[in-house]
Ligand binder design. Structure first.
Ligand SMILES: [Zn+2]
Ligand SMILES: [Zn+2]
Length: 242
């Protein structure tokens, strides 16, 4: 009886069943997906990547067209994988419920990346706030953040604190602004938390689920840099490449 309980406990802490099809094999035990599903989820490795956003590029130029053509405020993006349909589905699965096997699979390779980041002496990390502040402060409604596991590993390897200097721009604050103020501020989803104004740490690691256009990451980086940050590194599970 006690032995059975112990086995159940093991099942709880170590993934046994594939996060996609529910089958169990050696792979699902180790990486959260069975051999067949892990094979389907694989992505091609491009030969060259942009020096800033790490998106695949055709020739060994240093920076992609996108990063070259606008103000980029972040220093470098690290993504664990290029997104494909199946990986996108897995990320959604992770968002809708706390699928532990899926989070293991999506964060494969993170330790290697974090060890590379260690030499950069990053001061703190931020989980990019993508939901309303009011929902976070109400613990009953607290959404599960898929980036949570990125943070757990980051804390373990880099030993840096999680800080929360970005606040969602409130509707009231927008409404109180003049037209020209609104024109210049409308595009910003966040404000700096007054406690962090002009005193953001020098090197920050932003954690987010997926790097899509980079617009939100860039905007967050802009605000941080305006408030004292020198470099912003970005780490995501997935990167959209097309
Ligand atoms: Zn499977
Ligand atoms: Zn780029």
């Amino acid at each position: 009886m006690r032995y059975l309980f112990f086995l159940r406990l093991l099942d709880f802490f170590f993934p046994l069943l594939c996060g996609i099809c529910g089958r169990e094999d050696f792979f699902s035990l180790k990486i959260g997906l069975c051999k067949r599903c892990a094979y389907t989820a694989r992505t091609a490795k491009p030969s060259y990547r942009c020096n800033v956003c790490s998106s695949p590029i055709a020739a060994p130029f240093t920076v992609c067209e996108f990063c070259d053509s606008r103000n980029v405020f972040f220093t470098k993006v690290f993504s664990l994988r290029d997104r494909n349909d199946l990986l996108g589905e897995l990320l959604n699965k992770l968002k809708s419920n706390h699928e532990y096997p899926v989070s293991i699979f999506l964060s494969l390779g993170i330790r290697k990346v974090l060890r590379e980041l260690k030499i950069l002496d990053i001061d703190a990390c931020i989980l990019l706030p993508s939901y309303s502040k009011n929902r976070i402060s109400n613990s009953d409604l607290r959404p599960f953040s898929p980036s949570r596991r990125l943070y757990e590993e980051t804390e373990r390897i880099l030993k840096i604190p999680l800080i929360d200097p970005l606040m969602k721009t409130s509707a009231e604050r927008q409404a109180g602004k003049s037209f020209s103020e609104r024109f210049f501020h409308a595009y910003s989803a966040w404000d700096i938390d007054p406690n962090w104004a002009d005193r953001c740490p020098s090197k920050i690691l932003l954690l987010d689920d997926v790097f899509t256009t980079g617009a939100s990451v860039n905007e967050a980086s802009r605000i941080l840099k305006k408030n004292g940050t020198k470099s912003v590194y970005v780490l995501t599970y997935l990167r959209v490449t097309d």
